[in-house]
Design a protein around this ligand. Structure first.
Ligand SMILES: Cc1cc2nc3c(=O)[nH]c(=O)nc-3n(C[C@H](O)[C@H](O)[C@H](O)COP(=O)(O)OP(=O)(O)OC[C@H]3O[C@@H](n4cnc5c(N)ncnc54)[C@H](O)[C@@H]3O)c2cc1C
Length: 299
């Protein structure tokens, strides 16, 4: 029996080597320059695609891959921008879309989520229990496993830092096919490793109490003014949850397509904060606006 028969026998309908399945996993959102394609001989087409459903599937998958000395590439939602989720030498592509169960432990304020669950569904589950995510990539529909593997920064990182600053534990299947639980300093083995140190199976994500999000936008005519506004913002030590500065082109796009309250063709500093701290945040923001000549828009 060869690897194909062994994978098909073990994974049945969750295994495929059809050309359609294989080709549909040869891309993520990464733009690979022509120079790389022509200079490097890499095989981005996986030989097999497997959709595991549980940790036993992941263990057996690693053991079969080791037996035949075949590479494994984990794949979340393929939204990264650097070609990280596509093979470099064929092999087995592991699509995590069926490993997506979510539990919320509201006593310890932790979501215990399987790697293929998306941030959006984890947030919905948390909000149903009076909690919410602390931080997540702006690609809300990407997976928790992909976020931990890339140790992303995103919405809420101003207050809560990197994704992995908010991870209580990770359970992963290591390259020997063993389940390991990583906590504390050992999280460095998996965070930002882009799936090269194991297959992330389950993640404990720390949550925060739910409070509606409010926003205030400080709008500037030019970059110099916006730059001064950012400096003032930091000097005021504002307990915001998230801040981002949008340039003129993207501000126009957002204003026209999403009817957002910000000024098109200007530099917009968008500040998000939970409503339970608005009485601290808002006076400070209005003072920054006044001192730096910004127009303000309430969200
Ligand atoms: C519109 C948009 C907005 C974005 N916003 C942000 C942002 O705010 N911040 C940011 O940092 N990035 C952002 N990104 C990039 C991307 O969304 C993130 O990197 C995201 O975390 C990738 O998740 P994914 O599920 O798509 O993973 P994939 O792209 O499928 O994989 C990413 C990496 O993780 C590995 N991986 C995936 N699942 C597992 C697993 N279970 N075990 C081990 N390794 C695994 C893959 O092999 C690959 O190396 C954005 C992208 C888009 C398109």
């Amino acid at each position: 029996m060869g690897i194909r028969e062994e994978l098909e026998g073990r994974f049945g309908d969750s295994f495929s080597d059809s050309l359609v399945e294989r080709l549909s996993h040869t891309a993520d959102m990464g733009f690979v320059p022509q120079l790389v394609w022509t200079g490097m001989k890499i095989n981005i087409i996986p030989d097999y695609v497997v959709y595991p459903k549980n940790v036993e599937d992941l263990i057996d998958l690693v053991k079969i891959a080791n037996k035949y000395n075949v590479p494994i590439t984990p794949y979340g939602r393929g939204t990264n921008r650097y070609g990280n989720a596509i093979p470099a030498d064929g092999g087995i592509l592991v699509d995590f879309s069926k490993v997506d169960k979510i539990q919320v432990d509201d006593v310890n304020k932790i979501a215990i989520t399987e790697a293929g669950a998306t941030w959006k569904f984890v947030d919905i589950a948390a909000q149903a229990r009076g909690l919410q995510l602390r931080t997540f990539p702006s690609s809300y529909d990407s997976t928790v496993g992909g976020g931990v593997a890339g140790d992303a920064l995103g919405i809420g990182s101003y207050q809560y830092g990197y994704i992995c600053d908010n991870v209580a534990f990770v359970e992963m299947v290591n390259p020997k096919g063993e389940v390991v639980r990583l906590e504390g300093k050992d999280l460095a083995i998996v965070c930002g490793a882009e799936g090269t140190t194991g297959l992330i199976y389950r993640v404990g994500l720390r949550l925060r109490p739910f409070s509606p999000t409010e926003s205030l936008v400080l709008s500037y005519d030019n970059f110099e003014q916006a730059y001064r506004g950012i400096g003032e913002f930091y000097r005021e030590s504002i307990p915001a949850w998230h801040i981002q500065v949008r340039g003129p082109a993207i501000s126009t796009y957002i204003a026209e397509n999403f009817k957002a309250s910000l000024a098109p063709e200007k530099w917009n500093m968008v500040v998000l904060y939970p409503s339970n701290v608005s009485s601290i945040v808002e006076p400070k923001l209005y003072r920054v606006a006044q001192n730096t000549g910004a127009k303000t828009f309430e969200g």
